[in-house]
Design a protein. Structure first.
Length: 367
């Protein structure tokens, strides 16, 4: 069996906003279609119709849920296999749970691609409600060993299939036009996460004055949107670094890819995380990474080899690691080289075989 023989229903969020799961959903649909599969997308964040419903919190949930359930019933009955992008919290109950049960009722195999970085706490709190639904899935796949351990702790086996990286979009800067060394020019620090508390962008702002003391021309470029934007801008002003911080807002993936090639360092100061696309994309762009040890990140990258890792909530350590990369040419070049080599395991050619095997197994089990 090949991809071009399959009708695949993909369920998940899509941009906008361009968060990690939304980007991976869009990327998955694109890559599956390139392989010749017939792909039907059911977006969990489809636009509100009529648009004004979006202003009414309770009502808008109903107006989104009813068309979603109708789309599930229709499309799951015509698919050979379903690929569900699942997350923790309310997203699990509103979108993942009905998809799994409708697939079960329609006799369609469904792969649960679980991606919630907060899975351990969510499972501990709500496992008695989650377990009966997960048992109806044909298989569970996760993007990291971190989540595989969480599932194993609840006696559920998983297959690890990592996030995909498109090397035609995320690649190193032209070596014929190298950037000036950070020691002779103002370094560009980059964050490509949504502006939410769990991603710790406030910690990066706290670290910035120490970096600016050594590199007065430093710039922190933040590509993302979210509810913390106003608070973060006020914090930058209070810290006296507002003129060093650029809030670029929501950008297209190609624009983000260009930023990776322009920057000197990616910062990932998150408090909760799993296997963030931003780190994988930076590695594929030969951009050094400094990150916290949140969630699954220590299983994604190796401290001192493919990234530098610091403890959570430690802005001083974040600043020190940033300065270490900017001031040590050998370390910076080693991180670029090893990170780029490591990123190849996320290329579609490496990932698609395991994904196809998971689809085949799910279909055979249902026969």
């Amino acid at each position: 069996m090949a991809f071009n023989a399959l009708r695949i229903c993909v369920i998940g969020p899509v941009p906008p906003p361009a968060g990690g799961m939304a980007s991976q959903t869009a990327e998955l649909c694109h890559l599956l279609e390139q392989e010749g599969a017939q792909v039907a997308l059911v977006a969990v964040n489809a636009p509100y119709r009529p648009a004004w419903i979006g202003r009414w919190r309770g009502l808008r949930a109903l107006f989104r849920l009813l068309p979603y359930l109708r789309a599930l019933w229709c499309r799951l009955g015509r698919a050979d296999v379903v690929h569900l992008m699942a997350n923790s919290g309310w997203s699990w109950y509103l979108f993942a749970t009905p998809a799994i049960w409708i697939a079960y009722l329609r006799g369609t195999p469904i792969i649960v691609n679980y991606r919630g970085g907060n899975a351990a706490a969510f499972f501990k709190r709500d496992w008695r409600w989650i377990r009966p639904t997960l048992r109806r899935a044909s298989a569970c796949v996760v993007p990291s060993g971190f989540l595989a351990e969480v599932f194993a702790g609840h006696q559920l086996s998983t297959r690890i299939i990592p996030n995909t990286l498109d090397p035609s979009r995320f690649f190193p800067a032209n070596p014929a036009k190298p950037r000036a060394s950070p020691t002779s020019a103002g370094p560009i620090l980059l964050i490509t996460r949504n502006l939410e508390l769990i991603y710790g962008i406030d910690l990066a702002l706290q670290a910035l004055p120490a970096v600016q003391a050594r590199f007065p021309g430093v710039r922190l470029v933040i590509a993302g949107s979210g509810p913390e934007r106003a608070s973060l801008k006020r914090q930058a002003e209070d810290l006296g670094v507002a003129d060093r911080v650029e809030f670029r807002g929501r950008l297209a993936r190609q624009e983000v890819a260009e930023l990776y090639r322009q920057a000197d360092l990616l910062l990932n100061p998150s408090r909760v995380d799993n296997s963030p696309n931003s780190i994988i994309e930076a590695l594929g762009s030969a951009l050094p990474v400094v990150s916290t040890r949140a969630g699954g990140i220590p299983k994604l990258v190796t401290d001192g080899e493919t990234a530098l890792l610091v403890d959570l909530e430690d802005s001083s350590a974040l600043a020190a690691a940033t300065l270490r990369v900017l001031e040590d040419d050998d370390l910076r070049n080693r991180l670029k080289s090893t990170g780029l080599s490591f990123s190849r395991r996320f290329h579609w050619d490496s990932v698609k075989k395991d994904l196809l095997h998971s689809y085949q197994q799910a279909i055979e089990t249902k026969k």
